[in-house]
Design a protein around this ligand. Structure first.
Ligand code: NAG
Ligand code: NAG
Ligand code: NAG
Ligand code: NAG
Ligand code: NAG
Ligand code: NAG
Ligand code: NAG
Ligand code: NAG
Length: 331
């Protein structure tokens, strides 16, 4: 059996190196060590002032274009890297990419952002198999929009021990912009901290789009005076259009404080394609201001909640919504 397996691997290695020049077989063929690509070797300065965007993009391209099982990008500790709004694009030739953030990544002031750019800052598109790994030290200092955004065509992403703030949190989306068909799945956001962010765990889609965002998990999240800690937002404009379907989302172990004046947990899902199989477990979010009660909102979402503070009552909202509709209908 073992001999057979061994021969099989040898055969695959031969096959991959001679016939197939890419694809999943290459992980068996790559005998060379997986490369570690340091952004400073690609010209990043890390003084918080010099524009390191090109260096980050060059590092990403080198990692993405390397036919290896795992290419690692490292952002060394003890420095601050100024990076503009940037898209990190796949599909990649490497089977997976690890993005290790030990230093601080800072965004330019929002006023310096180009208007034509999208609403996200470090945005991943069409990448399959990505690990974004921080530590206690590395921080993504947004000042503007989403700290990390997972966009269309991206799947199998683990974001672990990343600290975001100020700025935004970690977003899936925006998806379905201009009627786009977007698919995102297999996203795990674990042990992350949102400090003073305008959003925490966010999933946002545009009306009129199609596709899905599913199998997404946010766990072990610490919030420090974060706004909109938990939000699914499918309400960008009016109209009963199609939407990217959001399903199989779990939020587990999310605790800390919020400055949110609106709904702390806000599931605002599409009329046409409701959110399904949303689970909340062990959520304890309190107000950063003393004696301020918090509340939740839930529209068109099928939610199961255990030990959730503030509580969500999706059934009541669905009924309230039906009541609203009936009122409008009878007018
Ligand atoms: C991929 O990484 C390996 C190991 O570091 C390196 O030897 C090789 O030159 C890289 N290939 C490309 C195309 O950059
Ligand atoms: C980053 O943004 C600044 C300010 O808008 C701009 O001057 C610079 O050219 C941008 N750098 C890159 C690589 O796009
Ligand atoms: C992400 O973590 C899960 C569970 O720990 C693991 O099964 C999966 O392979 C990881 N994904 C990547 C891209 O490493
Ligand atoms: C959900 O995503 C995780 C992590 O990427 C993956 O290991 C798991 O197989 C996925 N589950 C389903 C049902 O797709
Ligand atoms: C949160 O951010 C504030 C202000 O930027 C900072 O003073 C504080 O140390 C941060 N807290 C943690 C736990 O990182
Ligand atoms: C609900 O979502 C969870 C997490 O993604 C998944 O494990 C479970 O199978 C889903 N349940 C149904 C009924 O689809
Ligand atoms: C929930 O989020 C939606 C979308 O951002 C927003 O329009 C709405 O005002 C929020 N609702 C509450 C009660 O916070
Ligand atoms: C929720 O967090 C608050 C503030 O940290 C704490 O006082 C409270 O006991 C926690 N509630 C639960 C149920 O753990």
């Amino acid at each position: 059996m073992e001999i057979f397996a061994c021969i099989l691997i040898l055969y695959w290695g031969f096959f991959a190196s001679t016939v197939v020049n890419g694809g999943s077989l290459t992980s068996y063929a790559s005998v060379s060590a997986s490369p570690t690509l340091d952004v400073t070797k690609f010209g990043a300065i890390g003084d918080g002032k010099a524009d390191d965007t090109k260096a980050f993009v060059a590092t990403w391209k080198a990692a993405c274009n390397n036919r290896t099982s795992n290419a690692k990008i490292t952002v060394p500790q003890g420095k601050a890297y100024l990076v503009n709004q940037t898209g990190f694009w796949g599909p990649c030739k490497s089977t997976s990419i690890t993005f290790e953030i030990l230093g601080t990544i800072v965004a330019p002031l929002k006023s310096a952002w180009t208007s034509k750019a999208s609403d996200c800052w470090l945005c991943f598109y069409r990448v399959n198999s990505l690990n974004v790994v921080g530590n206690e030290v590395g921080v993504i200092d947004g000042q503007g929009d989403d700290c990390i955004a997972i966009n269309g065509g991206t799947s199998n992403v683990n974001i672990t021990q990343v600290a975001c703030g100020p700025g935004h949190g970690i977003s899936v989306g925006s998806l379905g912009h201009n009627g786009a068909h977007d698919e995102v799945q297999g996203i795990l956001v674990n042990k992350c901290c949102f400090n003073g962010t305008r959003n925490g765990a966010r999933i946002k889609t545009w009306q009129g789009g199609s596709g899905f965002a599913r199998n997404i998990s946010f766990s072990d999240i610490t919030l420090i005076a974060a706004d909109n800690p938990i939000i699914i937002d499918q309400f960008y404009c009016n109209g009963r259009e199609s939407a990217v379907q959001v399903s199989d989302v779990t939020y587990t172990g999310i605790q800390g404080t919020t400055v949110c004046k609106k709904a702390t947990i806000n599931f605002s899902c599409s009329d046409t394609v409701p959110c399904t199989n949303i689970t909340l477990n062990n959520i304890n979010i309190t107000s950063a201001a003393p004696n301020s009660p918090l509340h939740s909102r839930c529209i068109n979402a099928q939610v199961t909640a255990h030990l959730t503070e503030p509580p969500v009552n999706c059934q009541a909202h669905i009924q309230a919504l039906k009541g609203e509709k009936n009122k409008h209908a009878s007018k």
